[in-house]
Design a protein around this ligand. Structure first.
Ligand code: ADP
Ligand code: F6P
Length: 320
């Protein structure tokens, strides 16, 4: 039976990662496991930056965004020789299992480590909500609330000046933050990979109609990596009756106090990951499906197609 379990956070940080770490450590200590934290993601395995902790470790950070055990990107981890060093470091310490909190890239590392003898469990941790094996990723709820608050603020200033606000939202090719926020803020237009801006002339027409009807603001949400929002701002200033201003929300979306749901779900996933390792299960990732904890083989999970939430665009048409 596994005795020593490591835990790390990898890829982009996300609010709620601390709660997942706390959940795993408390559950592990309750089962008399030796719990280790690895700093700086996979990098900490190569630099031997890990240590044994007790059940109280970072418990005061439940309400703090980011990740207290740090994160990093280590592209070299794709090389087997680099992963072999990580396996050796863990084995020298007698650590046989690892919980990896991160996105799909981190999951690949976890799967490969499992194949090399370290039983790994992935926990979906990213603001992007782009892990298809879970209805929800740790960080998404908080980031969504941050985005919604930012849009509301932009709407207030745009309304005061009778302007158009273009807002670029993170997601790394996954439109969930944009489409969920669009519905929550009654945005006027939403452009994502599943709902791109194909006909600029039609957009100009819709905007001018809204202007003529006396609308006092026009909010356009754009998922990042889709189009250049500065160029769109110029186009709209030149071709419509609106004065447009573009805002890139940027990393403000990644920080912030995790919401209550984030903390609860992350804590549950952390504790669940330990219970799976205790049963001898590895090479899987955990998730929430219809509010129940589930686990899926990592390779199967990476092959799943994400939910495009196409019904959200239809609903949005109702409020336009
Ligand atoms: P995320 O986990 O948020 O998707 P990344 O794609 O940046 O973020 O991946 C995080 C880390 O996971 C990378 O820096 C690398 O160390 C590791 N990783 C990513 N892809 C692989 C892979 N194919 N094999 C092994 N490790 C990987
Ligand atoms: O994956 C989380 C995320 O914030 C994406 O939404 C964004 O594209 C990316 O990370 C930004 O990465 P970085 O912090 O390296 O600029």
């Amino acid at each position: 039976m596994v005795k020593k379990i490591g835990i790390l956070t990898s890829g982009g940080d996300a609010p709620g990662m601390n709660a997942a770490v706390i959940g795993a450590i408390k559950a592990g200590c309750a089962l008399n496991k030796d719990m280790y934290v690895v700093y700086d993601g996979y990098k900490g395995l190569i630099t031997n930056n890990f240590k044994k902790v007790d059940s109280k470790f970072i418990e005061e950070k439940m309400n703090v965004g980011g990740t207290a055990i740090k994160t990093a990107r280590l592209p070299e981890f794709k090389e087997e020789s680099v992963r072999a060093k990580a396996v050796e470091a863990l084995k020298n310490e007698g650590v046989e299992a690892l919980i990896v909190i991160g996105g799909d890239g981190s999951y690949m590392g976890a799967k490969k480590l499992t194949e090399m003898g370290i039983n790994c469990i992935g926990i979906p941790g990213t603001i992007d909500n782009d892990i298809a094996s879970s209805d929800y990723t740790v960080g998404f709820d908080t980031a969504l609330n941050t985005v919604v608050e930012a849009i509301d603020r932009v709407r207030e200033t745009m309304t005061s000046h009778n302007r158009c606000g273009i807002i670029e939202i993170m997601g790394n090719h996954c439109p969930d933050l944009t489409i969920f926020a669009g519905l929550a803020t009654n945005a006027d237009e939403i452009f994502t990979v599943d709902h791109p801006l194909e006909d600029k002339a039609a957009l100009y027409e819709r905007m001018n109609k809204a202007y003529d009807e006396g609308r006092d603001s026009f909010i356009i949400l754009v998922a990042e990596k889709l189009l250049n929002t500065k160029e769109l701002e110029k186009d709209l200033n030149e071709n419509t009756k609106w004065e447009a201003r573009a805002t890139v929300l940027g990393h403000i979306q990644r920080g912030g106090k995790p919401t209550a749901m984030e903390r609860v779900n992350a804590f549950r996933m952390g504790a669940y990951a330990v219970s799976l390792l205790d049963e001898g299960i590895g090479g899987v990732c955990v998730g929430l499906h219809e509010n129940k904890l589930v686990y899926t083989d990592i390779y199967d999970a990476l092959k799943l197609e994400r939910d495009k939430h196409l019904e959200f665009y239809k609903l949005h048409d109702l409020v336009k």
